[in-house]
Design a protein around this ligand. Structure first.
Ligand SMILES: [Zn+2]
Ligand SMILES: [Zn+2]
Length: 137
């Protein structure tokens, strides 16, 4: 079984070939992807998969904590595969690659907020948009 399949099963999700194909497509790109982009990719190997199936599958992945929804300009939703464990994202607006940023990088910011604003942050999910190392070179 693929790593993606194992993650789906651990999350208590019913495994169907379509769901697995969609999850694999998202997990493999290493980028954020819209439903339309996933649809075009999955359809090459699974021509019977409809757009509605992709919508349902990404919703299921988000509910299961295996994907996160991001917003592109113009209120377009994109999705990114998420490894288990809390983390944040670095999203490249040029190549659409998504890197995970662990909690340790954000902890100093939470300390600053507590000191300056007296606000204790319980949880935060931060998406940083910019240009990745490859695109800057
Ligand atoms: Zn993630
Ligand atoms: Zn980039």
């Amino acid at each position: 079984m693929s790593e993606t399949g194992a993650a789906l099963q651990r999350a208590g999700q019913r495994l169907t070939p379509q769901r697995l194909a969609i999850a694999d497509a998202l997990a493999r790109t290493g980028k954020e992807a819209t439903v339309q982009e996933l649809y075009e990719q999955v359809r090459r190997r699974h021509p019977y998969v409809g757009r509605a199936t992709i919508f349902r599958a990404v919703d299921m992945l988000v509910d299961a904590g295996l994907a996160q929804r991001l917003e592109r300009p113009g209120h377009v939703s994109a999705y990114v595969w998420c490894a288990p464990g809390h983390h944040h994202h670095l999203i490249c607006t040029s190549c659409r690659s998504v890197e995970e940023l662990d909690e340790a990088a954000v902890t100093p910011l939470l300390g600053t907020i507590a000191r300056r604003r007296g606000f204790r942050v319980d949880h935060a999910t931060l998406d940083f948009y910019g240009e990745c190392r490859d695109c800057r070179n």
